[in-house]
Design a protein around this ligand. Structure first.
Ligand code: AFD
Ligand code: MN
Ligand code: MN
Length: 424
């Protein structure tokens, strides 16, 4: 359902005067505003296919209506987001939830919406109907070599789907762990995981990356076999140059200094990508920036500094993805909010006066360092983000447009009020 470009133009015209006024205001104080707008316009964040439907908790799931029923409709939803914000130009698929029936048709549909296929994700945290062996006690770390082999083969199959679609990365997240002391030999479980990953790594095309997620807790309650960045980093180092760590913001213990983790992984050349979300208590998968926007800014501050130090292109140097779930909001509105929050944090990081910060750090001027960061964080950069969207052909206010043109209503009319998207 492509959106009529004329409607977006009308919407932008209505908002033009107010937007101009706010943009002029910030530009008056910012020497590099145009360069920042260019960087923002080039920046894209991949949308996960599993976040397009209503998520649930372990207590229940309350569908919102008009959810995508198949891969085609998921692509259509991401296409819609991209038309509105021009910053969601990629979709990340989860196999087997999103196995394409016909690669050529799926690729053509994605191209129609100017979408790329981002990292493909494997799933060895659930048993699928008809599956020979169970993952109840893990997959790549399993004590039984036959279970490990089945999980390895699944990952290789996921790579094959990704190759056919033009993806360039495989993301592996494992639920492997233990819930009771004594259940697992940590050393052997880690070693078995490494050997399984080595087999998967050998199947990677030369221009692909293997992104390894870590998570401190859940679904296992005592230990996770890839539980923190050190464990993921160790695996990535042992595997080789195509293996990287993927940081999911919700996968740390409370109060972890994620910005420091990011800085060191980047320095070591092993930061591969991100899963953005926000949380208060655990892996809550809430809208990016909804709980801790300052932390998101501090993370981007390290990312910009670290990527510049390594000469990495901000837009393409790392894999930018959202990993969220929503049991209350309209998933599409939520994703628009997440992308906006990420763009705002990125823009704020671009506003930081780096020369002044380096100088203040070298003089141990703690007050000045804080002032510099707060100056950037408290700058209202929203007009810069909106301007980047405007030049790229998007809507000045995507959520207002989504609501005014009753996009959800038309999705419900076409797909039905009781549709349930695949995913968790
Ligand atoms: C998990 C992980 C991972 C995984 C997803 C599945 O963060 O990225 O693919 O949820 O829905 O918590
Ligand atoms: Mn994740
Ligand atoms: Mn997660």
């Amino acid at each position: 359902m492509p959106i009529n470009a004329k409607l977006i133009e009308d919407h932008n015209e209505q908002q033009a005067t107010a937007h101009r006024r706010k943009l002029d205001f910030i530009k008056a104080d910012l020497a590099n505003a145009d360069a920042i707008i260019q960087k923002l316009a080039a920046f894209n964040i991949a949308i996960p296919s599993w976040a397009l439907g209503t998520g649930g908790t372990r207590f229940g799931r309350f569908s919102g209506g008009g959810e995508p029923r198949n891969l085609e409709e998921k692509i259509e939803d991401v296409g819609l987001l991209h038309e509105l914000n021009r910053s969601s130009g990629a979709i990340s698929l989860h196999i087997p939830w999103d196995i394409p029936e016909n690669y050529a048709n799926i690729k053509a549909l994605a191209a129609q919406y100017e979408l790329k296929f981002d990292a493909v994700n494997s799933n060895t945290f659930q048993d699928q109907p008809g599956q020979a062996l169970s993952y109840k006690f893990g997959s790549l770390h399993h004590v039984d070599a036959k279970v490990r082999q089945q999980a390895v083969e699944h990952n290789i199959e996921v790579i094959r789907h990704g190759v056919a679609l033009g993806s360039k990365a495989l993301t592996v997240w494992l639920a492997d762990g233990s819930s009771f002391p004594g259940q697992l030999n940590f050393r052997k479980a880690f070693q078995r995981t490494l050997e399984s990953l080595q087999e998967i790594y050998r199947a990677l095309p030369a221009d692909w990356k293997l992104l390894i997620e870590y998570k401190a807790f859940e679904p296992s309650f005592y230990s996770t076999t890839i539980g923190d960045w050190g464990q993921s980093f160790t695996l990535a180092n042992k595997l080789g140059p195509q293996a990287y760590t993927l940081v999911d913001l919700g996968h740390h213990l409370a109060n972890a200094n994620i910005e420091q983790i990011v800085a060191l992984l980047l320095m070591e050349g092993k930061l591969g990508g991100f899963h953005f979300n926000d949380s208060k208590y655990a892996d809550d998968d809430l809208t990016a920036g909804s709980i801790k926007p300052y932390q998101l800014f501090l993370i981007f501050n390290e990312l910009v500094e670290g990527m510049d130090a390594r000469g990495l292109d901000h837009a393409t140097g790392l894999g930018w993805m959202i990993d969220a779930s929503h049991n209350l909001k309209d998933p599409l509105e939520d994703l628009l909010q997440s992308v906006e929050a990420i763009m705002i944090a990125y823009a704020q990081a671009l506003v930081v006066d780096r020369h002044a910060l380096v100088k203040a750090q070298e003089q141990n001027d703690v007050v000045k360092c804080q002032e510099i960061l707060h100056q950037a964080f408290r700058t209202d950069v929203r007009p810069l983000v909106a301007e980047a969207r405007l030049i790229a052909g998007g809507a000045l206010d995507p959520i207002a447009f989504f609501r005014a043109s009753e996009v959800r209503k038309s999705l419900i009319d076409r797909r039905g009020a009781k549709t349930v998207a695949t995913g968790l």
